[in-house]
Write a protein that binds this ligand. Structure first.
Ligand SMILES: [Zn+2]
Length: 74
């Protein structure tokens, strides 16, 4: 099967101000909490878990799929 794939780092982060958690990309971190709009700094965020998202393009069908992977599969 002809396909290309790329692995993207996704971080699950918790805002300690409102205690809600959200996902953000490693290379594109949020500057404000999506829930309480508080400015996010290293003092009010807590890393919950790291995930990897594998984006696969199947060149025979043209279909793009995303697979969530745990850290230990990398
Ligand atoms: Zn918040």
């Amino acid at each position: 099967m002809k396909s290309s794939n790329i692995l993207i780092d996704v971080n699950k982060t918790q805002c300690t101000t409102c205690e809600k958690s959200f996902y953000e990309f490693e290379e594109s971190e949020l500057s404000n909490c999506p829930y309480c709009k508080e400015e996010l700094t290293s003092y009010n965020t807590k890393s919950v878990e790291d995930k990897y998202l594998r984006i696969v393009i199947n060149h025979e069908t043209g279909v793009i799929t995303a697979h969530e992977e745990d850290e230990h599969f990398v």
